[in-house]
Design a protein. Structure first.
Length: 365
């Protein structure tokens, strides 16, 4: 089977999109079939776009079995804007600090932004160990009075992923799921707020999915700027200003693919586990040639991060991989090394091809 360049894209983000979705988007750039106009020129006030938003909301509710008190928002500003919106809504003026787990690069960014608007307590940090593992349960002591606990479920840069729930049931939990949202089944009802920017598993950059409970809206202080107010966004059904119509339409097409072609989150989770196991197997069988970064039990199924014994070998690996048609394998600028991101649209066949390349490269070097 010949794999396209898009199929061999292991970028950490924006990530690959399903080939069938790309073909539909190609057609929609000229004319959306049911409208006859380019998706780039359809009004966000049209009946067609209202139906798109409604279907996105309905499909997310169905996929995640969302409790009825959740609002589905399609916002702008990426996950980065949520770093500020969350504490503005839940912890501004709080007497007890919001609690954060500092598990890697992106949780560090979230903590820095939250501290600008609310008191913050870091319950645990992996910084001293270079963010090579996640906390054990006996290292975590939470305050039941905290306004919320913030967790990044998958650290994209370091390749760390939570495979369990942490925190106290009585404390609202906020999850940044930007890089593993809809990659596996999870209990959405355990959270007060979930956010995920689209450009990993859900679509192109430009839209961020926020799932937020009514109780969060009720707690939010008065007087917030409308764009930073979950209540205002929910009341406007995410059309408080001109939304990214193209990006939201792409999200709808990806959701249709995930539900109708893949078969939902159970099926997607099984595929993603098989992909990650194949790549980690190639790493673990290399006798130390490929050096995994994360502790085994904390390894990410989305971002496989590793390195080689020398800078020269790393450079040779990236060069030969590029010539073999693979892209997006260089590690994050903050860390270096190698990173293969196995987002939903990356196929098992593409991962098999990468693992075969890795084994061949090791034998030659």
């Amino acid at each position: 089977m010949t794999l396209s360049a898009n199929a061999r894209n292991f970028s950490g983000g924006p990530g690959a999109l399903p080939e069938t979705v790309l073909l539909q988007l190609k057609e929609a750039m000229i004319a959306v079939p049911e409208v006859g106009l380019s998706v780039l020129g359809i009004s966000h006030r049209s009946d067609w776009f209202a139906a798109v938003v409604a279907e996105v909301e309905a499909r997310l509710e169905a996929l995640l079995a969302l409790p009825p008190d959740f609002h589905v928002l399609l916002l702008q500003g990426g996950g980065t804007l949520q770093f500020a919106m969350v504490p503005l809504a839940l912890a501004r003026g709080a007497d007890v600090p919001a609690e954060y787990l500092h598990t890697g690069y992106w949780s560090g960014k979230a903590i820095a932004e939250a501290r600008k608007v609310a008191p913050v307590r870091v319950v645990w940090s992996g910084e001293a160990e270079g963010f090579r593992r996640l906390p054990d349960d006996d290292e975590l002591v939470f305050d039941p009075r905290a306004p919320y606990l913030h967790v990044v479920t998958n650290e994209t840069v370091e390749g760390l992923q939570f495979h369990r729930l942490v925190g106290l049931e009585e404390v609202p939990q906020v999850a940044d799921m930007s890089s593993d949202f809809l990659s596996r089944p999870f209990d959405a009802g355990r959270y007060a707020l979930i956010y995920a920017h689209a450009q990993k598993n859900l679509g192109p950059a430009g839209v961020t999915v926020v799932l937020v409970r009514e109780a969060v809206l009720e707690r939010a202080p008065e007087g917030l700027p409308a764009m930073l107010d979950y209540r205002a966004q929910a009341a406007a059904h995410s059309i408080l200003n001109t939304p990214p119509v193209f990006a939201i339409y792409a999200v709808l097409l990806v959701l249709r693919w995930l539900m109708d072609e893949i078969g939902g989150l159970e099926a997607m989770g099984a595929i993603n586990r098989a992909k990650a196991e194949r790549l980690y197997r190639a790493i673990d069988a290399s006798d130390g040639f490929y050096r995994p970064r994360a502790r085994r039990e904390d390894r990410s199924l989305m971002n496989v991060v590793f390195d080689l014994p020398s800078e020269a070998l790393r450079a040779a690996f990236l060069d030969e991989a590029k010539r073999a048609g693979f892209s997006g394998l260089a590690g994050h600028r903050a860390l270096g090394g190698i990173r293969a991101s196995l987002y939903n649209a990356v196929t098992l066949e593409a991962v098999e091809a990468l693992a075969d390349f890795m084994e061949t490269f090791r034998r030659r070097h």
